[in-house]
Design a protein. Structure first.
Length: 383
């Protein structure tokens, strides 16, 4: 159903020209399918889902002035196959530049990912009515934009593709390191971002993002212990890393380009290292410097501080943090990184304060526990 949903949505949107109503009809058809297919089995002809969604859409149109025209369109034969391009068009529509990041993520996960509104709300720690309103606003914004049901033109394509990649990157990041809740990872979101990225055309920027996702996701099983506690990269059991994903990511990296390619190259240095001690931090530092020039992102500068500390000592890393203080003020990761570098420098008293400050600011429970444990361990060592 998750695979068919965006394709059915594409068929209905192309035929009726109404994304908003078509998306609602597909959701109703999925509910009907969940009930019927549980008892009767999955039908051999996927056209059943189109017919069901189309009937829901026609019911909606019966009370409108356009009823005759819409019902005439519905007499066209139901296709026995789906056009993969329909799914891509839906994906590009959901990542429309007129939408905010939050709205684009929500709409993409529902219309293309097949997640329910309740599932998306749970993933982003909001109630279901709030998420439903966010999705409704996104659909209204697309309708009012007059966006035609087609792939972007050659002139539109680069900017629109970048927007799609950005949305998928944000979805993956929320799955890889959840912004809140009791668990460090939300694997359903990172898995969905990877699945959607695989639908995109084979292009260097796409290869870069997919390589990054795979090289990071390969470590998933080692990032938490049996109790769900965070395990930092140096302490991870590398035998648990998914070697098949690493190999696939490294192959894609050879064809990649753009800022995601640089991020993937950093992940590759870690994944290739047989142990934490064998990590080539000098190479990682150079890659972060390159990425910083490309993006100007303060989080990249924060990561460069860690790399500088590992390559040249904690003093070098703390000096980098002075350049990013104002831009990341209030972000828990700034406090966490400073605490780590101060711990490396032997300044346990201030490091404890920074670990505690970081724990107070993060809304992820797994991160909170880890940071407080670091502070408690240093407190015990300093006594």
């Amino acid at each position: 159903m998750r695979e068919l949903a965006p394709q059915v949505l594409g068929v209905l949107t192309r035929r009726f020209g109404d994304f908003d109503s078509a998306e609602d009809a597909v959701q109703e058809a999925l509910v009907a399918a969940a009930e019927r297919w549980t008892h009767d089995g999955v039908p051999e002809r996927p056209g059943w889902l189109i017919q069901t969604a189309e009937r829901r859409l026609i019911d909606h149109y019966r009370s409108e002035l356009a009823r005759r025209q819409r019902e005439a369109i519905s007499q066209d034969p139901v296709p026995e196959f789906f056009d993969q391009d329909d799914t891509l068009i839906i994906l590009f529509m959901c990542c429309h530049p007129a939408l905010t990041d939050a709205s684009a993520i929500a709409l993409t996960l529902r219309a293309v990912g097949g997640l329910s509104t309740a599932e998306i709300a749970k993933a982003f720690l909001v109630d279901e009515p709030t998420m439903a309103q966010r999705i409704s606003r996104a659909k209204r914004r697309i309708r009012s934009s007059g966006e035609p049901f087609r792939m972007p033109t050659a002139e539109e394509r680069p900017a629109r593709l970048r927007n799609v990649l950005h949305v998928l990157y944000l979805i993956f990041n929320e799955g890889y390191a959840a912004s809140g809740g009791s668990e460090l990872q939300r694997t359903e979101l990172s898995a969905e971002a990877i699945r959607l990225a695989r639908m995109l055309p084979d292009e260097p920027e796409v290869d870069g993002l997919l390589a990054l996702m795979l090289l990071l996701d390969a470590r998933r099983a080692a990032r938490t212990d049996a109790d769900g506690e965070l395990v930092p990269l140096p302490q991870q059991d590398r035998s648990l890393w998914d070697q098949a994903r690493i190999v696939e990511g490294l192959v894609l990296l050879e064809k990649a380009a753009g800022e995601y390619q640089v991020q993937a190259a950093i992940a590759a240095v870690h994944d290739r290292a047989p142990s934490a001690g064998a990590t080539d931090w000098r190479q990682i530092l150079g890659l972060y410097e390159q990425l910083e020039r490309m993006t100007g992102n303060p989080v990249v500068t924060l990561n460069r501080a860690v790399a500088a500390a590992m390559a040249d000592g904690p003093g070098a890393g703390l000096a980098v943090l002075d350049d990013v203080d104002a831009r990341l003020d209030g972000h828990h990761r700034l406090d966490a990184v400073r605490a780590h570098l101060l711990e490396m420098a032997g300044d346990f008293e201030v490091a404890i304060e920074q670990y505690r400050a970081a724990a107070q600011k993060t809304t992820n429970v797994a991160e909170q526990r880890y940071l407080r444990k670091r502070a408690a361990r240093l407190k015990k060592m300093s006594q």
